[in-house]
Design a binder for this molecule. Structure first.
Ligand code: BGC
Length: 755
């Protein structure tokens, strides 16, 4: 029988079977499950990796054989329409009930066309652009046969030692929530939230991760323990996950870490009480890579025991580990509650497939023409816009930027010509050979010269760590001294030096924690040698996390933080350097002065002995100020702005805030957007509250000399909070409202009484 006929016959039989469930989807799934054996139900819970991308110690084996027995629910790490169709056809053909597979992949910041890393995108403070970026990624992924992405990663992170800060939106729960919503919308498209999305084949199902609190790993060491008060959990870490759920995210991924003594992957408080009961999540929960197996290392028992614990806690799909496959059937024979958990998990997985439209068309209306979007001119344009808006101008002394085209410019440093690092660590399907290096973009300018200056990595032990995935770090064999000498010579012949330094891409991301966040020593040596020439020095950074720049920032006239900027990074940086457009990014994560200050974040509490330079017994360090080098929200522009006329007005249940933003006539006259930020502080309350909390922002373009009034609305629930018992409270009283260009520069301030 032809495949589509088989599916149609099954659809008709299933549709007739059940009349009790509420929705067509539930009726469909119930009737399908009524015909499935226990093995087949458990099989739906199995998610093997089929492909080359490995983030853990094992790779799934014997997948085709298992497919024939109905023991595979989905696969990940396989893409391209040809590969997907081959596997999907095989799965449907051989599955006893012809159930199609999910095809997942880590589409983290773009798929083929790579956008800046998520921490960079968040720094754009442009939610529309972030949503468009996720949508672009979804279109490319869907054109490549995928139907599920393991994104957005929304873990709040206050510790830049943790390499995975690159994958999230930074330290702020409010902004992180808005970014989470934008990404879910972009991936899934609004239509998918209520319906299966056959009519919207360019969408993919999103997966909010890592649930929960992965970003709070102790000491910033990956996979490490998390121990956290309910108060902090609710107010500072939960909001972005909850926002993703409220935006209709289809799936959630458990995290590797334990939380208050219970691993997240077998944590029923997180997976059942919070996620399902309190937040109403009705999608499917997948574990992280071999996370059930890792419960054994957490000390939760042997294979059978941890499979039982995870199932009972609500972890539904087993990524790679296959412990459900191994133990599920024998467990459910002894423990009826395990049988119920298997039924419920299978149901949610099948519902996810139904919502994706896979039972109607396992290829989701894929057609050859879809491939035209992949790395299209439009997508590259979007990637360039995203990279431009994500770049943060940290410093610009004497307005050394934008560069003057009459100047002789030396481009020096290991990041000038590198293409691979531009697309960052988690860019699995990205073709780095097509990415544009800084040199690709500027080589055609008049009066430019180049020197390598130093290798990106010099340290042999670090090289070994970075190379397991073929990090493509070809080293120049000349001695460090010789490389610096050449570079100094080039610098001396120039009017200004653009020095491109940073991390190799493998130095941030998963399993890439660092205890020292300075630039590598040999890069610093190059910087010092160039600075000693006395030429104005513009430092362009490409890296995945806040770095500690205290040792070098004094030697730089300007610093441009470009993150790992993606496929079009070179063009974006060049456009900003030349002044074609002003940088407009603002940090969403604090840059510490040194590692000893970590964790350092803007929304800290006041303490009973707040900082006072004159008083010894106040909360401070003996050897470093309390303040960061660059605060949350910091980001300069080539244009000059001022703020005035702050007005706060209570309108019904909302606080309406308005203020005027003026762009000066003077100076830079090119295109520039400016971010303004609205903060609140609860002056007196029943719990200690943060000294500042972001509650709104605006980003807009103004012409030189133009003034516009900005209106922001803060809904009432924004000035409430969860107390120590996890109860939502609204406490009437005085609040400080302030508006500025960053958390440490807020020229407009007033107080309001709110109830
Ligand atoms: C990571 C996840 C990722 C998964 C699948 C894990 O190691 O923690 O973020 O989605 O691998 O590749």
């Amino acid at each position: 029988m032809k495949l589509h006929l088989r599916i149609a016959t099954c659809l008709a039989a299933w549709a007739a079977a059940s009349v009790y469930a509420q929705s067509p989807a539930e009726r469909f799934v119930d009737s399908l499950m009524a015909q499935m054996s226990w093995e087949e139900k458990i099989g739906q819970l199995n998610l093997p990796s089929v492909g080359f991308d490995v983030t853990g110690p094992m790779l799934s084996t014997g997948v085709e054989e298992k497919m024939k027995q109905g023991l595979v629910g989905g696969v990940f790490n396989t893409f391209t329409p040809v590969a997907v169709r081959k596997l999907q056809d095989f799965a449907i053909e051989h599955h006893p009930h012809h159930i199609p597979l999910l095809f997942g992949y880590d589409v983290i910041h773009g798929h083929r066309t790579i956008l800046p890393i998520p921490l960079g995108q968040a720094a754009s403070w442009n939610l529309h652009l972030i949503e468009l970026g996720a949508n672009m990624a979804a279109r490319e992924a869907a054109a490549d046969g995928l139907n599920w992405t393991f994104s957005p990663m929304v873990d709040i992170a206050r510790d830049p030692r943790w390499g995975r800060v690159s994958e999230g939106a930074g330290e702020d729960p409010w902004l992180g929530s808005r970014v989470a919503e934008a990404m879910v919308k972009g991936y899934q498209m609004p239509q998918m939230q209520t319906q299966y999305s056959l009519g919207y084949p360019q969408s993919v199902m999103a997966c909010v991760k890592h649930f929960a609190l992965y970003g709070a790993a102790e000491a910033g060491r990956d996979y490490n323990t998390v121990d956290m008060s309910p108060y902090r959990m609710e107010n500072d870490y939960f909001p972005p996950y909850k926002a993703a759920v409220q935006a209709g995210v289809g799936t959630a991924m458990t995290s590797f870490n334990d939380v208050n003594g219970m691993p997240a992957t077998c944590n029923s408080f997180l997976l059942k009480d919070v996620l399902r009961k309190e937040w109403g999540f009705d999608g499917m929960v997948v574990t992280d890579y071999t996370a059930i197996n890792e419960l054994m290392f957490h000390g939760m028992g042997d294979g059978a025991e941890v499979a039982k614990k995870a199932l009972l806690a609500g972890a539904e799909m087993d990524m790679v580990g296959e412990l459900y496959l191994t133990h599920g059937d024998s467990l459910r024979k002894v423990h009826p509650e395990v049988g119920e958990a298997i039924e419920s998990a299978c149901r949610n997985i099948l519902l996810a497939k139904y919502r994706l439209g896979l039972f109607e068309d396992p290829y989701r209306a894929w057609k050859e023409a879809d491939a035209e979007v992949i790395m299209s001119a439009e997508h590259k344009e979007l990637a360039k816009a995203s990279a431009m808006e994500s770049t943060v101008l940290l410093k610009n002394e004497n307005r050394v930027l934008p560069l003057n085209s009459a100047q002789k410019i030396a481009f020096i440093g290991p990041q000038v010509k590198r293409r691979r690092d531009m697309i960052g660590n988690w860019s699995g399907a990205g073709d780095w050979t097509q990415s544009r290096s800084l040199w690709d973009a500027v080589a055609g300018w008049d009066n430019v010269s180049y020197a390598l200056g130093c290798n990106l990595v010099q340290d042999a032990a670090m090289m070994d760590q970075l190379n397991p995935h073929g990090a493509l770090l070809s080293l120049d064999e000349k001695s460090p001294e010789a490389l610096i000498k050449e570079a100094v010579k080039v610098a001396k012949n120039a009017d200004v030096v653009v020095l491109a330094l940073g991390e190799p891409y493998g130095m941030s991301g998963e399993a890439a924690s660092r205890s020292s966040l300075s630039l590598p020593e040999h890069q610093q040596a190059l910087l010092e040698a160039i600075a000693a020439t006395g030429k104005p020095l513009v430092l362009v950074l490409m890296n995945g996390r806040p770095l500690c720049l205290s040792e070098v920032e004094g030697s730089c006239s300007a610093i441009l933080e470009a993150w790992f900027p993606g496929t079009m990074g070179g063009d974006a940086i060049a456009a900003l350097l030349s002044g074609e457009q002003s940088p407009s990014g603002h940090l969403t994560m604090t840059f510490p002065r040194n590692e000893g200050q970590i964790p350092i974040y803007y929304n800290h509490r006041n303490t009973g002995r707040p900082f006072d330079a004159q008083q010894k017994y106040t909360s401070k360090y003996l050897d470093v100020p309390n303040t960061p080098l660059y605060a949350f929200g910091h980001g300069l522009s080539y244009a000059d702005y001022s703020l005035s006329n702050l007005v706060c007005e209570r309108v019904g249940s909302e606080l309406h805030v308005s203020y005027d933003l003026t762009r000066s006539y003077e100076g830079y006259g090119g295109p520039a957007s400016q971010v303004t930020q609205l903060y609140m502080h609860d002056i007196s309350s029943n719990m200690t509250r943060p000294v500042l909390e972001l509650k709104g922002f605006d980003k807009r373009d103004l012409m030189p000399g133009q003034t516009q009034t900005i209106h922001l609305v803060v809904p009432r629930n924004e000035w409430g909070y969860f107390n120590g018992d996890r109860h939502w409270v609204m406490e009437p009283g005085e609040f400080e409202v302030s508006v500025g260009f960053s958390s440490d520069q807020r020229p407009l301030q007033t107080t309001v009484v709110l109830d």
